[in-house]
Design a protein around this ligand. Structure first.
Ligand code: AP5
Length: 242
């Protein structure tokens, strides 16, 4: 969906002076966190911080990816397992110290263990923020998650996310924005996807319970079309902030 359309949506456009603050987008692999985070980022002019993207960036660096840590990260990601809490926490701490996070940010894919959520709570309390964190989880059933992940294609240049079933590019396998050939993530094969969904159930589902208890939490139906999900997520955030 074009960014302009997001800005025109109720709950987004009306918030000219809206300070989004820290936003957590939670949900299973393939639920649409990245898709929604990018749309909110454009609408509210706050950065999207995706730990998956930060790790994939790190893997692109030939020196870092050849180091023992780089090899360990590749093996864990490509088999659908989580990398260590310490590593992602250090990456997130560094990213959150950047000036562009002052009015808020959308954290996508973090926290995904209870230890990470406890670390984040302590970190946010330590730095002290203008507004408290709010969490929105995007819920999608197992069969649809499988279809979305195996059909996903990404632009390696601009990062735009497509899907061969639901969000195809205008021209087959080519990015609409910059004409780059689209790629499939190595962890989107069916066997790795099934391991990622198991990892999610075991380690990440308890994180949702943690934020549900906080009272600054909402759940949205992620099986609706992308623009309807965007509206639901934006409305939930505005409501939680009011
Ligand atoms: P990460 O990159 O974070 O992957 P993920 O959480 O598994 O989530 P995905 O990016 O697969 O899905 P998404 O919810 O963003 O969906 P998307 O919008 O793309 O992590 C990868 C790996 O890194 C992990 O396995 C782990 O090893 C490591 N890692 C990352 N963070 C970590 C952490 N905190 N701790 C430890 N390890 C960590 O959408 C999916 C598809 O569906 C797309 O094709 C899209 O076009 C389509 N779609 C989206 N919305 C809709 C809709 N409403 N209707 C129809 N289709 C839709």
């Amino acid at each position: 969906m074009p960014v302009a359309a997001v800005k025109d949506q109720p709950g987004v456009q009306s918030q000219a002076k809206f300070v989004p603050g820290p936003i957590l987008l939670l949900g299973a692999p393939g639920a649409g966190k990245g898709t929604q985070a990018r749309l909110l980022m454009d609408a509210w002019r706050v950065p999207q911080i995706s730990t998956g993207d930060l790790l994939r960036e790190l893997r692109k660096d030939p020196e870092k990816s050849a180091s023992p840590l780089g090899v360990e990260i590749r093996q864990l990601m490509d088999s659908g397992r989580l990398v260590t809490d310490e590593l992602v926490q250090a990456m997130v701490a560094e990213r959150l110290s950047a000036a562009d996070t002052r009015n808020g940010y959308v954290l996508d894919g973090f926290p995904r263990t209870l230890a990470q959520s406890e670390w984040l709570d302590a970190e946010l309390a330590r730095v002290g923020g203008v507004v408290p964190v709010v969490a929105v989880t995007i819920s999608v059933g197992y069969t649809e998650l499988l279809r979305r992940l195996t059909g996903r294609r990404n632009c390696p240049l601009c990062g735009r996310i497509y899907n061969v079933y639901s969000q195809p590019p205008k021209q087959d396998s080519v990015c609409d924005v910059d004409g780059t050939a689209l790629v499939q993530r190595p962890d989107d094969s069916e066997d790795v996807v099934s391991q990622r969904l198991k990892t999610y159930e075991t380690l990440t589902a308890p994180v949702i319970a943690h934020y549900r208890q906080s009272g600054r939490f909402a759940e949205v139906n992620g099986e609706l079309p992308v623009d309807a999900v965007t509206r639901a997520v934006a409305d939930a955030i505005v409501r939680l902030r009011s």
